[in-house]
Design a protein around this ligand. Structure first.
Ligand code: GTP
Length: 604
């Protein structure tokens, strides 16, 4: 549909997880006739199987909608955003392609951690906010209190809030009317030199990389010789089009429009999100302000459950990273687990989703080691002091050259029922959190803000928050910086030999207890040997915990009374088989299961 730029509106929906974004998008799709009743299935934009199952949106999507209002034709571009804490980066990308945002708050849940975080991002990006309270049909809706919370926390005037039900469709037409009236049309002009902001990309096995763009100035069409203004890569446009919501080719994309470009790009790493597409023939055009690179915050090892599936895992990793530029991996070998990969993720949910995709989409069973963060470590070298970035405890430098260790600290906001303050404060304190402030958002709910080491919340903090708050607590965090901390490498020794795969980086205060826990697990999992096996946990040269495994002569043929030699042989063979899954560390055989129990152990 050809509409003037003054009749284009680019907007997104921001909300906390589960507050109803996808359902609202469904109603908007229906109302604008973008999807026929026959094609329609609920939550149309969540087409990935895992997204459907978990009911969450992982990858932001864009869709162009035709809408007639007051006898005028409008083009509405809706960009769907994910709501979870790990995907804040994707939210920000979507915001940069819009002029307006529907801010959705669940009438039964009220303002949540992600509501606050996403609203701040939208305000920073100068978007026109249209505040909505959703689920007003629900029996537990308490819209008046939620209005009060939005006023207290987000400074939103109650009279600016529209009450809707994405389920029944009540007031959804009113929402579109507000989009048309309140969101500004895009600013650029088709007459200017071309500048198109890349806000996402996906890999398609048949067509190569599909680049999502918001054309800010000028025109993009088939046959154009284009250049990525920052990366300087050049391509030729094979097709441009829009999402309806399936990809539909069109003649051109003009200033203000949102769509896709296919130009024979084979490798998703050649496309940098946040880069600007320009025309080769138009020299001297500046790139638009882009995005910060996403930083991997959480790391873990992913290994094939048997080494014979290593190649399969490698192919799967490559395929996953094609569609997720924020997922990083490199080859790693572990004494215990063999060949595998060291992987970096935006956060814990991101990590879980990648692991699930490996299992489900790629059919590879994997072993995942306990997650950790990146440390900045200052060490003495011949020429002076240098800074190392270590994301793997096995690479921790020797104590003798250590000058300082720094760890990532995040500012975390948690919104909780006020009767759980005591429990939550205690939890944050034992996790080394520093209270920044306490704010009441209503008489029954409160926001606690803490600066806390990322390492203390990546593991099981979210589960603890949920159980301490009967499921009502929500959290959000953003990276603040690296801070000096009294961290140590806790070494594990088996019969005097250090087992690198089992070492952990941990705060000095918790090291001894952690060491004891690991040794107890090992004592249960390592079989007895002919000699006594000493298990030790140490920091530097100091041993902080010790356990022993008593000697035991395991004579499997003992019960055969020396008679039947074939039976004896069978037993010996069987014993040898069992040993294959063992790892020799010095003179000691450690079963793989022992490594797994330690590496994936939950904190208690
Ligand atoms: P993410 O994409 O994971 O962030 O979730 P979302 O915000 O897209 O939420 P979604 O649309 O998946 O809705 C979450 C749940 O709320 C679903 O079970 C919906 O059926 C339900 N829901 C959404 N809107 C309404 C509403 O207006 N009324 C009622 N009663 N339920 C709703």
């Amino acid at each position: 549909m050809n509409v003037p730029i003054s009749n284009i509106r680019n907007f997104c929906i921001i909300a906390h997880i589960d507050h109803g974004k996808s359902t609202l998008a469904d109603r908007i799709l229906e109302l604008t006739g973008a999807v026929t009743a026959r094609e329609f299935r609920n939550q149309f934009l969540d087409d990935n199987e895992i997204e459907r199952e978990r009911g969450i949106t992982i990858k932001a999507k864009a869709i162009s909608l035709d809408y007639t209002y007051n006898n005028q034709k409008y083009l509405l571009n809706l960009i769907d955003t994910p709501g979870h804490v790990d995907f804040g980066y994707e939210v920000l990308r979507s915001l940069k392609a819009c002029e307006g945002a529907l801010l959705l708050v669940d009438a039964t849940q009220g303002v949540q951690a992600q509501t606050v975080a996403n609203t701040l991002l939208a305000i920073e990006s100068n978007l026109q906010l249209i505040p909505l309270i959703n689920k007003i049909d629900a029996p537990l809706a308490h819209s008046e209190e939620v209005k009060e919370e939005m006023k207290n926390v987000l400074s939103i005037k109650p009279e600016e809030i529209t009450l809707v039900s994405a389920k029944t469709g009540e007031n959804v037409a009113l929402v579109l009317e507000r989009v048309i009236k309140e969101v500004l049309p895009p600013r650029g002009s088709a007459a200017n030199p071309t500048q198109a902001l890349i806000f996402d990309s996906v890999y398609d096995a048949y067509r190569g990389v599909v680049v999502y763009v918001r054309v800010v100035n000028g025109i993009l069409k088939q046959g154009d010789e284009i250049i990525m203004l920052n990366a300087k890569h050049e391509f030729k446009v094979e097709e441009v089009g829009i999402f309806k919501p399936k990809m539909v080719a069109c003649k051109e994309l003009k200033a203000g429009e949102v769509g896709y470009v296919i130009s024979g790009i084979k490798n998703i790493r050649d496309v940098k999100i946040g880069d600007t597409i320009g025309l080769k023939k138009e020299e001297g055009v500046q790139a638009l302000p882009g995005y910060k690179d996403p930083i991997s915050m959480v790391f873990c090892g992913i290994y094939p459950s048997t080494q014979s599936t290593y190649k399969q895992l490698q192919t799967a990793m490559e395929r996953l990273s094609l569609n997720d530029s924020s997922f990083q991996y490199e080859v790693e070998t572990s004494e215990a687990l063999g060949y595998g990969f060291r992987c970096g993720f935006l956060g814990l949910l991101h990590m879980e989703i990648i692991q699930e995709r490996l299992n489900r989409e790629e059919g590879v069973e994997v072993i995942q080691t306990a997650p950790n963060v990146t440390y900045e470590i200052l060490v003495r070298e011949a020429g002076g002091i240098i800074t190392l970035r270590i994301d793997n405890p096995a690479k921790f430098p020797d104590e003798s050259v250590l000058v300082e260790i720094r760890e990532p600290v995040v500012r975390m906001s948690i919104i909780i029922p006020s009767d759980t303050i005591g429990t939550m404060m205690h939890l944050c304190e034992i996790r080394r959190g520093r209270l920044i402030r306490t704010e009441y958002i209503s008489s029954t709910r409160v926001i606690l803000t803490y600066d806390i080491p990322l390492a203390e919340i990546i593991y099981d903090f979210y589960d603890k928050l949920k159980s301490a708050t009967r499921g009502y607590g929500t959290m959000d965090y953003s990276f603040m910086g690296y801070e000096v901390a009294d961290l140590v490498k806790l070494k594990i020794l088996v019969a005097g030999v250090e087992v690198d795969a089992l070492s952990v980086i941990i705060h000095r205060d918790g090291a001894e207890a952690k060491g004891r826990r690991i040794l107890q697990i090992l004592r249960k999992e390592i079989p007895r040997h002919l000699f006594e096996v000493a298990l030790q946990a140490g920091i530097g040269k100091k041993i902080v915990a010790r356990e022993n495994i008593k000697p035991y002569l395991k004579n499997v043929t003992g019960k055969c009374y020396g008679g039947d030699i074939t039976r004896k042989r069978k037993l010996w063979e069987k014993q040898k088989e069992g040993k294959k899954k063992m790892k020799s560390i010095g003179r000691v055989e450690i079963p793989q299961k022992a490594f797994l129990s330690v590496l994936s152990t939950k904190e208690d």
